[in-house]
Design a protein around this ligand. Structure first.
Ligand code: IPM
Ligand code: MG
Length: 357
């Protein structure tokens, strides 16, 4: 019996629907070649859901997600996403930054600084300042707004364990982002150090987040796993976009304790690109790769990654990666073409492996 997976697709808005449509063709191809099946249910979230049913996170969407093996998410400008993360307690957000040698020239950093960079951001996703008490008020000094950064110690401990486990299976270095010189009541360093006693093979270092931001640009090769709270992780991981050459390439997985997850590109709605057919679908596709890895469909995940390497090595570039250089053999492609080439490459690689065996 081949495996059957149920996936909820939440395209959202902006470039979300365009990249979702084509990325699901890639998933479909991977499933066909590797003999598993994926049933897709489409649902609404964010402003399109608000327009259709008066709520950015409709109950029907939540119910469908509850019955699924994974959620794939495009982008929303506001509303629904934070609630969805909270609803399913998707506290562990993983963002992998591994610049492709074929795209080193797309990054403002020098090639020598980018070689073998391989960073995993582990971002806490359902607490901190995005979820603390907030509001607007007025007192004798005038009108004001507030958002509160609040963390239970157990919330820090559980994300620390995820990051430590990742570091244990990777290169064994964990860098903890904190700001204890200004925010002393949220003791990331002490709590992570306590959890780290269970991981004697992991070296843990603690870095003030402002310094960490600079170090990420100055010497990205230093890092292995970076652990950060919600706000700092959001900001730091976008630096990853500069390292790989475009934020359009980066995918993410947001997981709960049971390993259930939501998979989304980190770039957001990119409203200026929407409807033009030029958005980079690789961030969405790389999120789907993370879903396949989470399902332990490693052969299917590797096939997509290999095909992506081939596509980039042959010079196919969406607009965000295209720099017209004299004498360059790079070919500008649309979202649709990018995926057509990717699927061709998947089929060819699969055929050539099959004919060798
Ligand atoms: C991200 C995004 C979201 C976040 C926004 C859209 C709320 O920036 O996933 O990085 O801040 O978490
Ligand atoms: Mg962000």
């Amino acid at each position: 019996m081949s495996k059957r997976y149920r996936v909820v697709a939440l395209p959202g808005e902006g470039i979300g629907p365009e990249i979702m449509n084509v990325a699901l063709l890639v998933l479909d191809c991977a499933a066909r070649l590797h003999h598993f099946s994926v049933q897709i249910n489409w649902a609404l979230i964010g402003p399109p859901a608000l327009a259709a049913c008066g709520n950015t996170l409709p109950q029907e969407t939540v119910q469908l997600c509850r019955k699924s093996d994974g959620i794939v998410f495009g982008a929303v400008s506001q509303g629904g996403l934070l609630e969805l993360r909270k609803q399913f307690d998707l506290f562990a957000n993983l963002r992998l930054v591994r610049p492709s040698p074929f795209l080193f020239h797309c990054s403002p950093l020098k090639t020598e600084q980018l070689q073998s960079v391989d960073i995993l951001f582990v971002r806490e996703l359902v607490s901190g300042i995005y979820f603390g008490p907030s509001g607007r008020g007025m007192d004798s000094n005038g009108e004001y707004g507030y958002h509160t950064m609040q963390y239970y110690d157990w919330e820090i401990r559980r994300i620390a364990k995820v990051a430590l486990r990742q570091a244990h299976y990777r290169q064994g270095l964990l860098t903890v982002a904190h700001k204890e010189n200004a925010l002393p009541h949220i003791p990331w360093s002490q709590l992570v150090a306590e959890e780290a006693l269970m991981f004697p093979n992991v070296v843990v270092e603690y870095m003030l987040v402002d310094n960490l931001a600079m170090q990420l640009v100055m010497r990205p090769q230093h890092f292995d796993v970076i652990l950060a709270g919600n706000l700092f992780g959001d900001i730091l991981s976008d630096i990853g976009g500069a390292l790989v050459g475009s934020v359009g390439l980066l995918g993410s997985a947001s997981l709960n304790e049971d390993g259930f997850g939501l998979y989304e590109p980190i770039h957001g709605t990119a409203a200026d690109l929407a409807g033009k057919g030029i958005a980079n679908p690789l961030g969405m596709i790389n999120s789907i790769v993370m879903m396949l890895q989470q399902w332990e469909e490693h052969a299917a995940a590797n096939l997509i990654l290999q095909a992506q390497d081939q596509l980039l090595s042959q010079g196919y570039r969406t607009a965000d990666l295209w720099y017209q250089q004299a004498g360059s053999a790079e070919k500008l492609v649309t979202t649709q073409e990018c995926v057509e080439y990717l699927i061709d490459a998947m089929e060819n690689i699969f055929q050539s492996v099959w004919s060798r065996n």
